[in-house]
Design a protein around this ligand. Sequence first.
Ligand code: NAD
Ligand code: UGA
Length: 429
Amino acid sequence: MEISIIGAGYVGLVTGVCFAELGHDVMLVDNNKEKIAMLKAGKSPIYEPGLEPLITKSIKNKKLHFSTSIPQAVKFAQSIFVAVNTPPRQDGTADLSFVATVSKEIALAMDGYRLIVDKSTVPVHTGEKVAETIKRYNKHKVDFDVASNPEFLREGSAIDDTLYPDRIVIGVSNKRSAKILREIYAPIKSKFVETDINSAEIIKHASNSFLALKISFSNSLAHICELAGADVEEVTHGMGLDKRIGKSFLNAGIGYGGSCFPKDVAAFIGISDKLGYDFKILKTVEDVNMDQRKSFIKKVEDTLWVLKDKTVGVLGLAFKPNTDDMRSAPSIDIIETLKAEGAKIKAYDPQATQNAKQIIKNITYCKNPYEVAKNADALLILTEWDEFKELDLDKICKQMASPIVIDGRNIFQKSEMEAKGFVYKSIGR
Ligand code: NAD
Ligand code: UGA
């Protein structure tokens, strides 16, 4: 089938490449000319494992085409997926201006039936607004449908998540659009959730918010464990074996970051308020999450006492491993606070350094973890990259001015670190 996708970011690009992999003919559109030029040259604008070889393969097979023109995309395919960004506004509610602009441009270019599928994460009732917009600018008065198809991929495992999803959610208002979407996804073996558009939109916000709630619950448990002399890793392991609770997303740490959980929890609170419901649990989820960064900073302060002129090494800047994404990374707040207190920061990340340089200024970016550790008064682990789990810890210990490791992601065992001569602090144990 021919499919157009507007927005060639993390979601649009991965979706486009995976659709091409499934045998569809895909046109990816973005208004960022540099991005499209890179993609045409077979280069991925983002770091996502396995993505670039698939881009090159699909270009070669003539399954993937790129453009900066929405009218061209509308001409190319009957089904048009919208995967533009929906960033937070100052008050936390979702900025839907990109969705609105694209909806209008699609409508102006439609010359026959089109199915417009929203893949961006949007508040409930956005589908209705998109349909109204399309109706308003539908110059040739052609038939159309609007559908919601929220995306659940995670950065770092985006291709597998797209090709082998736990479920595919489609929100539709009639059988015609459901049939087209089922055909598009036919090669993927997964559970199908066919529902109305409002419910599909809420499934997305509710899923991300529930996962964020699990993380904040574990982070709260971590405090109790520290106070009670228990180990949060043992506690969450014991809890997670209960199938009703599940093992995943129970890792305590420095709180969730990224372009999605912080934004989507805030947006869900925003739309709930607007609808007249005070979603108190989610407000607490947010508070606990922000407190987690502060309590990590307090651990550093309590351990190092005066931060002025201390050298603090940071391993990991990205909001999670296997991505170069720095959006709302907890590392930003933590480093800025320590810097403001006079600490000298040296940092390393396997993939996110280039992006971090645009956001965190006046720190020393190092080429490897050993350079970071050299003469540092403390080493902070902020992202759990596999590379850090395999470090030569004896070498690190010898190189540091004082062998203190404060591990925000619990990647090491306390007993092993202490046996090697480190002062080792972690989360909830
Ligand atoms: P992104 O910022 O990486 O990509 C969005 C792209 O849309 C950008 O390349 C931008 O240039 C393009 N764009 C914006 N306005 C445009 C226009 N008028 N015409 C053409 N292109 C335009 O964002 P993303 O991370 O891919 O997220 C997209 C949506 O998907 C968001 O709503 C997000 O919440 C949701 N989502 C993201 C993820 C994720 O892991 N990143 C996962 C699931 C859902
Ligand atoms: C998340 C969801 O997992 C995806 O299903 C969803 O599609 C996406 O948001 C989105 O809507 O955009 P992502 O943000 O890529 O995906 O990454 P996650 O693996 O969910 O991690 C998010 C944050 O939570 C990271 O900062 C991570 O360190 C933190 N986290 C995760 C924890 O602190 N503990 C955990 O147990 C799990």
